[in-house]
Design a protein around this ligand. Structure first.
Ligand SMILES: O=C(CO)[C@H](O)[C@H](O)COP(=O)(O)O
Ligand SMILES: [Fe+2]
Length: 228
């Protein structure tokens, strides 16, 4: 699969969200961080803003729900227009039922793991998912430093995906930038969220293109991609 670059609007100007979304048209997905001040110590936006964003841009929305009670709320983000909904493993009471519900509603189902949550207990669930998100910072804030210690987990997850012959996308989120994206791609990620590295740049669309070029080059050299 081609690499995908998903700018995170967490680092955008929230008073001009429609224009900020348009500034990165050409990106694969727009990453929308939903935070409830309970699952993470920060508060961002909810269903009405996702509904408005879905109308304002042709770029599909990749909603990352950092909220408690994901089982109750995730379907509402599909209804609001998200093309992909990511719930946290730590916040879902019934992740298989929830993933099936999201898929049945016509969206891609994705599950996220905080840095301290291992992938191994979820091996048998992977066929139920369209994407697995490995957090490379503690969720809650943009602009944090990339956690190198997550690289082995990315590698192990890529091995599980290969072992089971899955079509699962492997997303990384947190501290992804020109200086870290190649390590993520080499380890096995193929979907890259970047907030500050895109919206902190003078030309966000150009930053997306540059990250894509770097990720493509690193993937072409990566052992995991050469096996396919
Ligand atoms: O989920 C997130 C934080 O919890 C954000 O998507 C992420 O941090 C993006 O910002 P940056 O690229 O600046 O780290
Ligand atoms: Fe995110």
């Amino acid at each position: 699969m081609a690499v995908q670059i998903n700018p995170s609007i967490l680092s955008a100007d929230f008073s001009r969200l429609a224009q900020e979304a348009k500034a990165v048209e050409g990106a694969d997905w727009l990453h929308v961080d939903v935070m409830d001040n309970h699952f993470v110590p920060n508060l961002t936006l909810g269903v009405p803003i996702v509904e408005s964003l879905a109308r304002a841009t042709d770029t599909p929305l990749d909603c990352h729900l950092m909220i408690q009670d994901a089982d109750r709320w995730a379907p509402q983000y599909v209804e609001a227009g998200a093309g992909s909904v990511t719930f946290h493993a730590e916040a879902a009471a019934a992740p298989v039922r929830l993933a099936r519900e999201i898929r049945a509603m016509g969206a891609r189902a994705s599950m996220a793991l905080k840095p301290a949550t291992p992938i191994e207990p979820f091996e048998d669930l992977l066929p139920e998912l369209d994407m697995l998100l490995i957090m490379t910072v503690e969720p809650g804030f943009g602009g944090q430093a990339f956690l190198d210690i997550m690289l082995p987990k990315i590698r192990r997850t890529r091995e599980l995906i290969s072992k089971h012959g899955l079509e699962l996308w492997l997303q990384v989120d947190g501290g992804v930038s020109a200086s870290t994206i190649e390590r993520c791609a080499e380890a096995g990620a193929d979907v890259f969220v970047a907030g500050s590295a895109v919206y902190g740049a003078s030309d966000p669309a150009q930053a997306v293109r540059a990250l894509r070029t770097q990720a493509q080059a690193a993937t072409a050299q990566a052992a995991w991609a050469c096996d396919h």
